[in-house]
Design a protein around this ligand. Structure first.
Ligand SMILES: [Ca+2]
Ligand SMILES: [Ca+2]
Length: 306
């Protein structure tokens, strides 16, 4: 009995010795190349297309891009190894300015995907400088914070309003923005001033479009637009002038206050031929574009701009 117990002790001791002697190998293979993982992948939530993104936004004018609109790029992030999303460190939004010249960057607010399977977003507000731009552009590269390979393809969107486009210029998903050109949004105000008042930011010049003061035949008026940062409808100090892409002076309403012995005429946003600069001198009756005998008298003036 005692003998048998001793044998069992011996066997146990040998077994323990065998378990702890693993670090002593007789030989080993050469090492492999470094372990690699899988590339990070961005895909469009709308249709699961890979190397693709979707766009959405809030649009002041339905069906059009306007200054002040918010545009959001969204993607699904996948990394099968567990490397986290770092794609938005490569994001680059821009627009081609209306007047020509190089692309102008647009600052973004970025929120990377929390983990593989999550969604990342990059959000911009269309700046006033984008007025008239035909398209909003963005590039982003599939990129992870760690791993090998650490990056994949660069997704190049040359027009956020396209799903696919010439040269693959769209986002690849079915979520797109309205098309350009970018029009005037609610953050831009326009007014009509006496030219001789030399209107400027904070000048306090009378805005005939907002004050009940009658414009006069023979006087010269100017249209001015500005970034109405505080949404007051007043060209306050510090609010930058904006130069619209297009301007059209108009006559509107009835001339009943001036028709006298002539028939009352009514105009509905009548575009004054040739009045497409920022300056308009109210003509005498004979050279008025109104078609009414008392000329511009009695009608209201307004300016459409974009
Ligand atoms: Ca990876
Ligand atoms: Ca203002």
């Amino acid at each position: 009995m005692t003998m048998n117990f001793r044998v069992k002790q011996m066997v146990l001791a040998l077994a323990l010795a065998g378990m702890t002697s693993g670090s002593v190998w007789a030989a080993s293979t050469p090492t492999t190349s470094s372990v690699q993982g899988r590339v990070p992948v961005l895909s469009a939530p709308s249709n699961n297309a890979t190397q693709a993104v979707d766009f959405s936004g809030t649009y002041a004018t339905p069906g059009q891009l306007s200054t002040g609109d918010t545009v959001v790029m969204t993607y699904d992030y996948t990394d099968l190894d567990g490397d986290v999303d770092n794609s938005l460190t490569t994001v680059n939004w821009s627009y081609a300015p209306f007047g020509g010249g190089g692309d102008v960057p647009i600052a973004a607010t970025n929120a990377p995907a929390a983990s593989s399977g999550g969604q990342g977003t990059s959000t911009i507000t269309l700046p006033i400088g984008a007025l008239g731009a035909t398209a909003i552009k963005v590039t982003v590269q599939e990129f992870s914070a760690t791993g090998d390979p650490i990056s994949g393809s660069t997704i190049t969107v040359t027009d956020t309003s396209l799903s696919t486009g010439p040269g693959g210029g769209g986002g690849g998903g079915t979520g797109v923005t309205p098309p350009g050109p970018v029009v005037v949004g609610g953050n831009i105000a326009g007014g009509i001033f006496l030219a001789s008042a030399s209107p400027a930011a904070g000048s306090g010049a009378v805005d005939y479009a907002r004050v009940g003061t009658h414009p006069l035949v023979g006087q010269t008026y100017v249209f001015r637009a500005w970034n109405d940062a505080n949404n007051s409808g007043i060209w306050d100090a510090g609010e930058a002038q904006v130069v619209p892409v297009s301007i059209q002076w108009k006559l509107d309403g009835s001339n009943a206050t001036a028709n006298g012995t002539s028939a009352v005429a009514t105009l509905n946003n009548h575009s004054i031929a040739g009045a497409t600069s920022d300056t308009y001198t109210i003509p005498v009756n004979s050279t008025s574009n109104s078609g009414a005998i008392p000329g511009d008298q009695g009608f209201s003036l307004k300016v459409d701009f974009n």
